[in-house]
Design a protein around this ligand. Structure first.
Ligand code: HEC
Length: 127
């Protein structure tokens, strides 16, 4: 049994080693349908947590987006991920500049769409 399965295993590993770095397959893209979806989402959440902590978000929105610094700053935890993603992009791109949003514009300027998605998934996962 084991011997019969080895060539297939090696082939699969070679496939991963060659194709993932080449970008021909996107195992960690959340659009990738199938069994890897749960893993890719938790990888996104972990990456999002790091970004949230390192990109100054926490200074205003508080630990895990739960305790904003001031009463007119929004709680972000447990908000819909897609909503957070769209609003962050709008603030980054200047489409949303009303209210207090302009004060966070600078801290989101350097973020890519992918990073914003990761931060949003992290915040939405916080209870
Ligand atoms: C200088 C303080 C500050 C920083 C830093 C900051 N924000 Fe904000 N953020 C705000 C304020 C204030 C608002 C409310 C804007 C308004 O009044 O419209 C806001 C709004 C938001 C919203 C929209 C919430 C909603 O309910 O519509 C999201 C999403 C968000 N911030 C994400 C982030 C992320 C992600 C980061 C880090 C990359 C970040 N913010 C950094 C102050 C900040």
């Amino acid at each position: 049994m084991f011997i019969q399965r080895r060539p297939a295993t090696s082939l699969f590993l070679a496939y991963l080693i060659v194709l993932i770095p080449s970008g021909l397959i996107h195992l960690f893209d959340s659009d990738f349908a199938g069994a890897l979806t749960a893993e890719s989402v938790s990888a996104d959440i972990a990456a999002g947590e790091k970004l949230y902590k390192s990109k100054a978000c926490m200074g205003c929105h508080g630990k895990a987006g739960k305790k904003p610094q001031l009463d007119n700053y929004p709680v972000l935890a447990y908000q819909n991920a897609l909503y957070l993603e769209e609003q962050t992009k709008m603030i980054r791109d200047g489409q949303r500049s009303s209210g207090m949003s302009s004060i966070m514009s600078a801290s989101v300027q350097g973020l890519t769409d992918e990073e914003i998605k990761q931060i949003s998934l992290y915040l939405a996962s916080q209870r």
